[in-house]
Design a protein around this ligand. Structure first.
Ligand code: CDT
Length: 330
């Protein structure tokens, strides 16, 4: 019996700062309705899907940002989304800002803020939570930037690792699923940790500006899209997994997000791609048997990986300059 699941990347157009959650949730419900008509069993919504991408806004006091955060999930604002998905039997992925009261590394219970995502089964159960590990940007207002990127101000790095769960999804009694959030997709280590748990489908939400302000050089907008796709396609290929990547797109609070949501197969091929900067559902049938080729041949990890040679990956953070060759070493 082939293991096939029909999935959707539910791209969202912009959500402006003044727009309340109920507007975003109503739009997501409309996408779920379209998903149901098209036979979709699992829908991926973007990173921070309920609000504007607020890390572009500087607030002096962290507590003033609390209205952008969720203290529980589901909650009054998202109950209708959960109920609709459950009524249709559609599983989903949702990215949101999480505010939790929990112990830190020293055991002190305090308010903690994370850029989080969850996987929800078609029965409405939350089967997995992930907290974004790679937080881009900066913690303080940067007067040199036209647009701030304050993820390091508003969030702590995720403390759940990169978990994978085998859970029922759609018609499948078990599917190995994991999550990455936006900037995580650019880090091969993150994909490999998922790959080492036999992941078959990676759900990924993102908000990526069309332009990157960097003193070190210019990155053209088409290369921004290329680098996003390159990262997702190579991550899927090198770990023999499907990836469903859903973006927020369009001009949000005056800042352009490039969209280009995609669904990728384990060969690294794009199966479906968004073409608008609006709410858009792109759909693909994913035959999970296609994960077998990579994981039994070129990426048969148990046969070919050499972790002894990878020690720098876990022992070192920044790059270390190499030994300088001298003529006497001839
Ligand atoms: N949301 C997110 O992680 N965006 C980053 C852009 C960072 S630009 C400072 C990304 O990697 O897409």
């Amino acid at each position: 019996m082939p293991r096939i699941i029909t999935v959707g990347a539910a791209q969202l157009g912009p959500i402006q700062r003044a727009e309340p959650r109920e507007v975003a949730v109503a739009r997501m419900i409309r996408l779920l309705e379209r998903a149901q008509i098209r036979g979709v069993e699992f829908v991926v919504f973007p990173e921070l899907a309920l609000t504007t991408f607020f890390p572009r806004h500087y607030l002096e006091c962290l507590e003033d940002a609390d209205p952008w955060f969720e203290q529980s999930m589901p909650n009054d604002d998202t109950a209708a989304l959960f109920a609709t998905a459950k009524r249709f039997g559609i599983g989903f992925h949702l990215g949101f800002a999480e505010r939790a009261q929990e112990p830190d590394e020293s055991g002190v219970v305090r308010t903690r803020r994370f850029n989080s995502s969850i996987l929800v089964s078609g029965k409405g159960d939350i089967v997995l939570k992930y907290r974004k590990v790679h937080l881009p940007g900066h913690a303080e207002f940067d007067s040199k930037r036209q647009v701030q990127h304050l993820e390091k101000r508003y969030f702590e790095p995720g403390n759940l690792g990169f978990p994978v769960i085998r859970a029922p999804m759609g018609n499948l009694s078990g599917l190995n699923m994991g999550m990455l959030i936006c900037n995580d997709r650019r880090w091969p280590e993150a994909w490999r940790v998922l790959g080492l748990q036999g992941v078959e489908m990676v759900a990924l939400g993102y908000n990526t500006p069309s332009t990157n302000q960097a003193a070190a050089g210019f990155e053209a907008p088409h290369l921004r899209v290329f680098h996003s796709h390159l990262s997702i396609q190579s991550g899927a290929y090198q770990n023999a997994t499907f990836a469903v990547a859903a973006a927020k797109a369009g001009v949000e609070d005056g800042c352009e997000l490039f969209g280009h949501s995609i669904i990728v197969n384990p060969q690294g091929e794009i199966l479906a791609q968004a073409t608008s900067w609006d709410d858009e559902l792109v759909v693909a049938d994913c035959n999970l048997e296609q994960c077998a080729l990579g994981r039994t041949t070129i990426f048969a990890f148990d046969k070919h990986r050499r972790p002894d040679a990878y020690q720098r990956i876990t022992q070192q953070v920044g790059a270390v300059e190499p030994h300088v060759w001298a003529p006497e070493e001839k």
